[in-house]
Design a protein around this ligand. Sequence first.
Ligand code: G3H
Ligand code: 13P
Ligand code: NA
Ligand code: ZN
Length: 328
Amino acid sequence: AMITLRELMDYAAEHSFGMPAFNVNNMEQVRAIMRAAAAVDSPVILQGSAGARKYAGEPMLRHMIAAACEMYPNVPVVMHQDHGSDVGVCLRAIQSGFTSVMMDGSLMADMKTPASYEYNAGITAEVVKIAHAGGVSVEGELGCLGSLETGKMGEEDGHGSDDVLDHSSLLTDPEEAAQFVKDTNVDCLAVAVGTSHGAYKFTSKPSDDVLKIDQIKKIHERIPTTHLVMHGSSSVPEDWLEIINNYGGDMGQTYGVPVEAIVEGIKYGVRKVNIDTDLRMASTGAIRKHLHDNASNFDPRKFYKAAEDAMMEICKMRFEAFGCAGHA
Ligand code: G3H
Ligand code: 13P
Ligand code: NA
Ligand code: ZN
């Protein structure tokens, strides 16, 4: 059954667990997440970006998620839009049946240029008004995600733009967060606490206390009923990185956020944990290996199935580690 993000987050807060929110673009990702959730009895957040709607086609994405609900009637499903760039993107997601939208006003509509507080609060408040009128939840974002090492926003291939963010915008300010919640009435708030998007987060192995836990604590204390979201939370599995590179891939050495660090964040108030890169890597690694090991195969179902199984294992591990297993 479909539920809103607000309902799920309120329940998660009451029971002190965190929820992975996995990005979905295709059938195998949706199936992997649902199979894992059913196996460990967890609710799910399926999030689609505007890019996902463009990739699959809006009706296809909508019907895939409806199909997931039909196949797994006992799994509560939040259908969340990830990183809405403007009011129109959020409105179209609402019209498409999403039960939750993210208005990311931390960046301008180009999704590259950091926005002012006034722009962010204004556009987010506008989305909240429309969404709440229709019973849809809203996630906002305050602060810019970027590497604390370099100030750069994450890039998928590790060779991104040279724009360097101001260090102060890389950590969300607790007082400003309190003001933002007052000004917008968002249900959930994505915060900058040391993570960044994409596969290239850290150049050397981070310790389990890599997150800015003090910052998380202070923000949570100031806005205890607004649920905290952590983007850029892939762990960048070392085993899948090795498989990708051993089977013809060429990814640079890189590290993600240790699962233990995320679990620590959940203890201090993080409730929604966004993960995309980990499933991308598992999928790519599994397909590379499968095609290498089965050179005569030309039935795509075989390698898609390998990708689905690999993604499912990661989903299961995250459901269990974050404490949502058993809470469907
Ligand atoms: O944070 C962004 C997510 O990884 C989604 O990426 O816009 O390429 O679908 P996408
Ligand atoms: P990763 O790139 O760490 O998987 O983060 C995904 C994300 O934040 C989607 O909104
Ligand atoms: Na999101
Ligand atoms: Zn994100």
